[in-house]
Design a protein around this ligand. Sequence first.
Ligand code: COA
Length: 161
Amino acid sequence: MKKIIAIYPGTFDPVTNGHLDIIERASELFTEVIVSIAVNRNKKPMFENEERLDMLKNVTRHLGNVKVDSFEGLLVRYAERMKANVMIRGLRAVSDFEYEFQMSLTNKKLNPGINTIFMMPNEKYTYLNSSLVRELASYNANVDEFIPPYVLKKLKEKFGY
Ligand code: COA
């Protein structure tokens, strides 16, 4: 069977159970999954790149075919360097569609050989995103059900409680 290397790019500030749900299911579908943090100078993440790498490594360590990495620059060029044939994006709601559609078509133009595959997270995570988790945590609200325990620990350390 053809070896399929998939990249799952994102900001992961921090990784949530919605992301993890996609990573776990992708690891069953593809030979190798590279979860990669996009270093975007326009975004001011709360967690440093190293902290996000550490959290991703910790929450995916039970998945033998999942690697964690980060990249700068164009996603397509990174995918070429990693010899990936697939890019995974999560589609949570219709509101995600327009942006994802534009990004996927642009990436296809840059390299028609790399396909974007959209995966839907479990419906219990469709409304979830990292900013929501950050905001709730900043008010010391309960976010246990949205993030893995290790990320919860790191968030608590960040907010000093
Ligand atoms: N569960 C929970 N939340 C999810 C999720 C899921 N399954 N999927 C996405 N999200 C949330 C993220 O937490 C994030 O939330 P936030 O904005 O509140 O922090 C939000 O959706 C955005 O998702 P993310 O996957 O991080 O996308 P992005 O828009 O920050 O980055 C890249 C998208 C990295 C793929 C894109 O910017 C990129 O390719 N950059 C490289 C440069 C490039 O090639 N540009 C040309 C592209 S055509």
